[in-house]
Each structure stands twice: as C-alpha cells, then as structure tokens.
Design a protein around this ligand. Structure first.
Ligand code: URA
Length: 207
C-alpha cells in the first residue's frame, strides 16, 4: 500500500494553526475536528458501498449506501480528537477504542485498554492517531485489530514522521496511511519535528 499526503489548501491552513504554539485548547480542538472532517473525504474514497434501490419522485433507480460496516478506532488518547470530525460524516460508524501509550523512556507502546465493536472483523476500520511518530503504537494497534480478525484497515493521522511511515509500511504493507503532512523526522525524545508538540496535551489542555 502507500502513504497518501492530503495536500488540500484548507487542510494545510488549519494544520498551520495547529502547529502554532500560541493556539489555545479550544481552537486546537476545533481545527483538529475540522481537519479530520476534511481528511475523511479522501480517506473514505475507496470504501465499498452497498447497492440499494431508491425511489425518486420520478422512478425507481439504483443508489448506494455506506451501510453499517464502518468502524472508527481511535488510539487513546489523542486519537479521540479526530473521532467527532469523522463520525459527523459517517454517523452510522461504530466506534472502538484501543488504549496504548508510549513509554517516555523506552518509546515502546504499552497496552492498557481495548473495546471493539461486535462484528469488527467484517468492518472496514479507520484507525486514527494524530501523530505517527516511531510507529510503535500504530503497529501495535494494527496487530491487535488483525488478531481480532479485521481484514480491512486504513490508518489516518495528522502528521507523520518518515521513520514511522517506513516502519508501518514495512510491517503492514496492506495498510494505507493517510496523513495531512509528512514532517522532517523525529527528535531524540521521539517527538515529530517541526510537529505540533504533544497532541494529547494540546487537545485536552493537560500541559
Ligand atoms: N506524540 C505526540 O503527541 N507528538 C509527537 O510529536 C510525537 C508523538
């Protein structure tokens, strides 16, 4: 599969607002929500539709429906900041949660929670985490979903480091990565630069 950078002017404008260290929590949340919505248009481009019959005021014709086979799975906690934007466009989506945090010293993923929708193995899953840094959490979450039987996964993030992209694609070449921007790289603490800092802290105002 591939990495797809969604270079839309509206997304790049809003991402710049998110990068700005002076953007407050309220604006950060709002802009992340809006970017997520805009990105959803591209991320869902290849979703499989069900064919249905629809009756217009003039005649019966063939229509298409997303049905109920889509699940959005945020990686806690920063992934939560992207969920509302996505489900505002796909209200029938079910929502699962995977709790994985990054150990500050080892930078390794540490699992602590998971709840997935029933029948998740038959759903098209949009896995979301705003920051694809080392790739550890994303790979852990994809492994988890595949072990649960999920066959169709796309990964959606806001900013991605080349190191994380390479690792995810190497480990899970069947998973497409959608990002608003591929950044320069990782610093020695595993932060993406230029990045936007700790996304979870900026969403929830915890720092
Ligand atoms: N997680 C974040 O929130 N920011 C980074 O730059 C890397 C990981």
């Amino acid at each position: 599969m591939a990495v797809i950078e969604i270079n839309h002017p509206l997304i790049q404008h809003k991402l710049t607002l998110l990068r700005n260290k002076n953007t407050d929590t309220k604006s950060f949340r709002e802009n992340l929500n809006e970017i997520s919505k805009l990105m959803t248009y591209e991320v869902t481009k290849n979703l499989v539709l069900d064919e249905i019959e629809v009756e217009t005021p003039l005649m019966k014709t063939t229509g298409y429906t997303l049905g109920t086979n889509i699940a959005v799975v945020p990686i806690l906690r920063a992934g939560l900041g992207m969920v509302d934007g996505i489900v505002s466009l796909i209200p029938t989506a079910k929502i699962g949660h995977i709790g994985v945090y990054r150990d500050e010293e080892t930078l390794q993923p540490v699992y602590y929670y998971c709840k997935l929708p029933v029948d998740v193995q038959n759903k098209q899953v949009i896995l979301v985490d705003p920051m694809l840094a080392t790739g550890g959490s994303a790979i852990y979450a994809i492994d988890y979903l595949k072990n649960a039987g999920v066959k169709n996964i796309v990964f959606m993030c806001l900013v991605a480091a080349p190191e994380g992209i390479a690792k995810v694609l190497q480990t899970h070449p069947d998973v497409a990565i959608y990002t608003a921007k591929i950044d320069q790289g990782l610093d020695s603490n595993g932060y993406i630069y230029p990045g936007l800092g700790d996304c979870g802290d900026r969403i929830f105002g915890t720092k």
